[in-house]
Design a protein around this ligand. Structure first.
Ligand SMILES: Cc1ncc(COP(=O)(O)O)c(C=O)c1O
Length: 460
């Protein structure tokens, strides 16, 4: 999480306040502002930097921050850009809730990565200093990635190492696969609700979205067939294991049917396999890729979730001419992921620290999932929670029909609680109000306090 949004909102509040102050007036110091806005010194400093960049204040070291003459500050005119750019492709509201959002002061009741204390941080630090000494870390790798790392990543997919393309994270792999496997204007069928990052990836690739509903066993296969027939789509986006946001896993019968449909309609399935190492009671089912010898499945994997979001390392696994196109396109846009990062990932995946980390992670996630469920049951009895997931990071909560989740998530944000606005997980109108909760980022105490603050915002 970053201070970004919070600093921006404090900057806006300070801006309104400055309007009322005389030129030369002194703003309260950073410590006083920190207390007043209940924000860290770093967040206040970032807010003041924003105002400085706008020419509204000047900071004099040791003296303080002073209001400048606004009549001298020329507001830039960007109106020409909106005309030049035409319509926006990516929905900025949905995009603003991905990656580094929220502040250090927020209680993370929705956040798609692990808490720092659950990461193998010491192992990563040790492996990073060792990797930095290896000459391979400072030489170019082939654009598709280091052969050693590709060999290790290929194993879970029973793939040939040549079928793996290393990418800077799962999100880049998603947008890159969508862009390469379909022309702009083509239709992507997506499960619904879906990971908002997949929706904005499709928007960025210029694809039309056709949502197909899911239930506790994953995508509804009859509805998927309807949509394949109706749209002629050749691209389907799925999370077969512990989906974000519902936690659902595609049932064995539906897995078989989805693969049959892909073969019958000549379609690709982009399998977002982000939860590969996040099984709790049961392991994540084998990738669909392993059951698709004719290349109907293109898998996306990421180490952001089980290892560290800061690693920014993922991969695409694909076979056939699609793989050749993906390799060629990858070179067109990027000559490779930083070799140092690839060395660190290789070091981690091949060291005894990796199975040790995963063995510790599963019970830790189970305890946090149960603590989140308890907190929500106690403080948010209005919410109907989907079946507790047996893996992944997320829970999906249905709220009373008259709940406005835009207003509720904004109020939660202001009360220092991060929740996932259910609307962002649907392509168009949500069928009902939902919130997404996550159990990997917060502590039981944070879940209890966050749920209590959230409960106070909802009528009982
Ligand atoms: C379902 C899903 N897929 C992919 C990603 C991409 O993650 P990253 O780019 O950090 O690998 C995320 C991150 O939130 C996710 O939730």
């Amino acid at each position: 999480m970053t201070q970004g949004n919070r600093a921006g909102s404090i900057a806006a509040q300070l801006r309104a306040r400055i309007e009322q102050l005389a030129v030369g007036a002194r703003l309260p110091g950073v410590r006083a502002l920190s207390q007043e806005y209940r924000a860290s010194a770093a967040t206040i400093t970032a807010a003041l930097a924003e105002l400085t960049a706008l020419g509204l204040v000047r900071t004099e070291p040791g003296r303080g921050t002073f209001v400048l003459d606004r009549s001298l500050a020329r507001e830039p005119d960007f109106s020409w850009q909106t005309q030049a750019l035409g319509g926006a492709r990516v929905d900025p509201d949905r995009a603003s809730r991905l990656g580094g959002y929220g502040g250090a002061d927020h209680l993370p009741l929705s956040w798609g990565y692990l808490a720092p204390e659950l990461l193998p941080a010491e192992d990563l630090q040790r492996l990073a200093s060792r990797a930095a000494k290896h000459p391979r870390a400072w030489a170019m790798t082939p654009p598709a990635g280091s052969p050693e790392l590709r060999r290790v990543l290929a194993a879970s997919y029973r793939a040939d190492p040549g079928e793996v393309i290393v990418t800077p994270g799962g999100q880049q792999a998603l947008v890159f696969a969508m862009r390469t496997l379909a022309e702009p204007g083509a239709t992507l069928i997506t499960e619904s609700p879906a990971y908002p990052g997949a929706l904005i990836a499709a928007q960025s690739a210029g694809l039309r979205l056709a949502p197909v509903p899911t239930d506790a066993d994953g995508i509804l296969v009859d509805r998927l067939e309807d949509e394949l027939r109706r749209t002629g789509a050749r691209l389907i986006s799925l999370q077969p294991g512990f989906a974000n946001p519902t936690g659902a896993t595609l049932s064995p019968e539906r897995r078989a049917r989805v693969l049959e449909l892909a073969a019958q309609y000549g379609a690709f399935i982009i399998e977002d396999d982000w939860a590969r190492h996040l099984g709790i009671e049961s392991p994540t089912p084998a990738p669909l890729f392993t059951a698709a010898p004719d290349g109907h499945v293109v898998s996306i994997l990421t180490l952001s979730k089980p290892a560290s979001p800061g690693l920014r390392l993922g991969a695409i696994v694909a076979r056939g001419p699609a793989a050749a196109r993906l390799r060629a396109s990858r070179t067109a846009e990027d000559l490779g992921v930083a070799p140092l990062i690839q060395e660190v990932a290789l070091g981690l995946l091949t060291s005894s620290a990796w199975p040790r980390h995963l063995a510790r992670l599963a019970p830790a996630l189970a305890a946090r999932r149960d603590a989140l469920l308890t907190a929500l049951r106690e403080s948010l009895p209005q919410a109907r929670i989907s079946a507790p997931p047996r893996g992944g990071l997320h829970l999906w909560a249905r709220l009373p029909l008259d709940t406005d989740t835009d207003a509720l998530s904004a109020a939660a944000d202001a009360a220092g609680v991060l929740v996932g606005n259910g609307r962002h997980f649907f392509v168009d109108e949500p069928p009902a109000p939902h919130l997404r909760f996550s159990f990997g980022a917060g502590t039981p105490a944070q879940f209890a306090e966050g749920a209590r603050r959230l409960g106070a915002l909802l009528p009982r």
